[in-house]
Design a binder for this molecule. Structure first.
Ligand SMILES: [Ca+2]
Ligand SMILES: [Ca+2]
Length: 369
């Protein structure tokens, strides 16, 4: 059973078959049907937007990076963040660790080979950025997310009510549990009629990579590199699958918000949650970090690349350019049969402008010089 915890807000807390399918404004690509039989697809890595976007040239985020647009504006009218609303930071000593794995659960994701990597000391937020924190950010800055500008975002169909389902013209062909929903955004995670009012301490969702840049910049922080994120995930343990070890359920307890049952039709929610959970609902890892796997996927700073070697690296930052950004940790939608990505070495990718109902983030900070 999930732990009941008191969080910092004083609140009691009680992926998919790749295919090519034009969905109108949103496009699923990465067609490798052979992976279906390997049970590796959660589908969310293929969610991306098409070029046809109905936003003004002035605000066209296809041509102007949203973070830079926000940054320029912020420089004109500085907004000091309310520091008390930001997540507590955990100091990590850094050092050498073994990144990746030689026993990849999903080899085509580039989980291997295992290699020796150094990360400098850094601070990381103890939990995913919440709706409440993101609301403070938007209230202070007037920031509008990319999903709000585009007018839609991907939602797991199992969470949609019948009214919203009846309006859908497209599902993603080989991953029918993903639907582009008009009016879905971080304030309305399951479409226009939904709200986060009762989920303010849940991870914020439907945020693009540029949105995370803007939030972290406002918070005077930044996104973690993949190496930093994985170092943090491992919690000081070496060569383990999960942040807490190799046993998914130590002593029969759930240690992360994942999917139990048969994906995508039956979610028994034995861990207590069929959707996201309040942050910090499950035990922290050895570094005191919560939900490093499960709950919401987390964006990292790195461009996606599946080719690695065993060469030692210090503070790797990934490729200098790319098409997709790396995300880590899996989500409440992950089940071993379809998306065995709730492991520290696991990884997946999305185009930077994509957003979905299972993708969030957390920020890191460098030590004072
Ligand atoms: Ca769950
Ligand atoms: Ca997470």
């Amino acid at each position: 059973m999930a732990s009941v915890l008191l969080n910092r807000f004083g609140v009691l807390f009680l992926c998919i078959f790749p295919a090519c399918c034009d969905t109108g404004e949103l496009l699923l690509e990465q067609c490798t049907p052979s992976s279906e039989s390997q049970g590796t697809g959660c589908g969310c890595q293929g969610l991306k937007r098409d070029g046809a976007v109905d936003i003004s040239d002035e605000n066209n985020l296809k041509h102007h990076d949203g973070a830079n647009v926000y940054s320029e504006k912020a420089n004109e009218t500085p907004h000091a963040p309310e520091h008390d609303v930001r997540s507590k930071l955990v100091h990590l000593q850094g050092g050498w660790f073994m990144m990746g794995t030689d026993d990849p659960g999903i080899p085509q994701d580039g989980e291997g080979p295992q290699r020796r990597v150094w990360v400098d000391p850094f601070y990381i937020e103890e939990h995913e950025v919440t709706n409440q924190q993101f609301q403070h950010f938007t209230n202070q800055t007037g920031y509008i997310t990319e999903a709000e500008r585009f007018g839609d975002s991907f939602v797991f169909e199992g969470l949609l009510n019948e009214k919203v389902k009846s309006t859908l013209s497209h599902a993603v062909a080989a991953a029918p549990w993903w639907s582009p929903v008009k009016g879905a955004d971080w304030r309305h995670p399951e479409g226009p009629d939904s709200t986060t009012k009762h989920r303010m301490n849940h991870p914020v969702l439907h945020v693009s990579w540029a949105d995370t840049q803007s939030y972290c910049r406002w918070a005077e922080r930044r996104l973690p590199t993949e190496a930093e994120w994985e170092f943090a995930c491992r919690g000081g343990l070496q060569d383990r699958l999960y942040p807490w070890g190799n046993n998914l359920m130590p002593r029969g307890q759930h240690y992360a918000n994942l999917w139990q049952g048969d994906f995508p039709t039956r979610n028994t929610a034995e861990d207590g949650y069929a959707n996201t959970s309040p942050v910090m609902s499950f035990p922290a890892n050895g570094f005191g970090l919560y939900d490093m796997v499960g709950n919401a996927w987390e964006w990292t700073a790195d461009w996606w690349n599946i080719h690695h070697n065993t060469e030692e690296k210090k503070n790797p930052k990934g490729p200098e350019s790319g098409i997709d950004r790396v995300k880590k940790g899996g989500s409440y939608m992950c089940h071993k049969s379809y998306c065995y990505r709730y492991r520290c070495a696991a990884r997946s990718q999305n185009t930077p402008d994509s957003s979905a109902s299972n993708l969030g983030f957390r920020c890191v900070s460098d030590p004072d010089p």
